[in-house]
Ligand binder design. Structure first.
Ligand code: GDP
Ligand code: MG
Length: 160
């Protein structure tokens, strides 16, 4: 079925800019359901688990420094086609290229050119799982079973 859970992190730059509410509002408006949510300040060891696919890349040092520099808001969102829907709403990795209307396109404008020259990770406010497989693994990494909740929203009456 196309009913999925996906992991979203509002990264330290989004938390420090105090736009958690604005970002969250977009996901609620589209009818996605928050099934898990918490504030977490991760360490280097956990960062390497979350970004295992990127550990050997040239930008990893900057990426780890960025993701561990303050707390993140972690959430598990549930909905139809949730993984691809959230990626569409988040926009391209590089805010400079992300379309207006996407979270990265509307709230940031960092470029690869600028950040790579400085050895920093690109500040793009948000992480979202890229595929269903990534989403399943990431939700399991960030949330225990008892931290995920099942309940009905009003949207479900009009979807199912
Ligand atoms: P995402 O799935 O869109 O977040 O992108 P990736 O999984 O490819 O990369 C993870 C994170 O690493 C991104 O969100 C950026 O913060 C950072 N990043 C990715 N690619 C680059 C890059 O080429 N240069 C820099 N400086 N940072 C990058
Ligand atoms: Mg990714």
């Amino acid at each position: 079925m196309s009913f999925e859970k996906t992991l979203v992190l509002i990264k330290p730059d989004g938390v420090q800019r105090q736009i958690v509410g604005k970002i969250l509002q977009r996901f609620e408006d589209v009818g996605l359901k928050i099934v898990g949510m918490k504030m977490v300040w991760i360490n280097s060891e956990f960062a390497k688990k979350h970004y295992a696919a990127h550990v050997d890349k040239s930008f990893y040092k900057g990426l780890e420094a960025m993701i561990t520099e303050g707390p993140v808001i972690a959430m598990a969102l549930s909905g139809l086609h949730a993984v691809s829907l959230v990626r569409k709403m988040v926009g391209k990795t590089e805010p400079k290229s992300a379309e207006p209307g996407t979270i990265r396109g509307d709230f940031a404008h960092h470029s690869y050119e600028y950040t790579d020259a400085k050895g920093k990770a690109i500040k793009n406010l948000i992480h979202a799982s890229g595929t269903k497989e990534e989403a399943d693994a990431e939700v399991a990494l960030w949330f225990k079973d008892e931290e995920l909740h099942d309940y009905e929203t009003v949207h479900e009456k009009h979807v199912f």
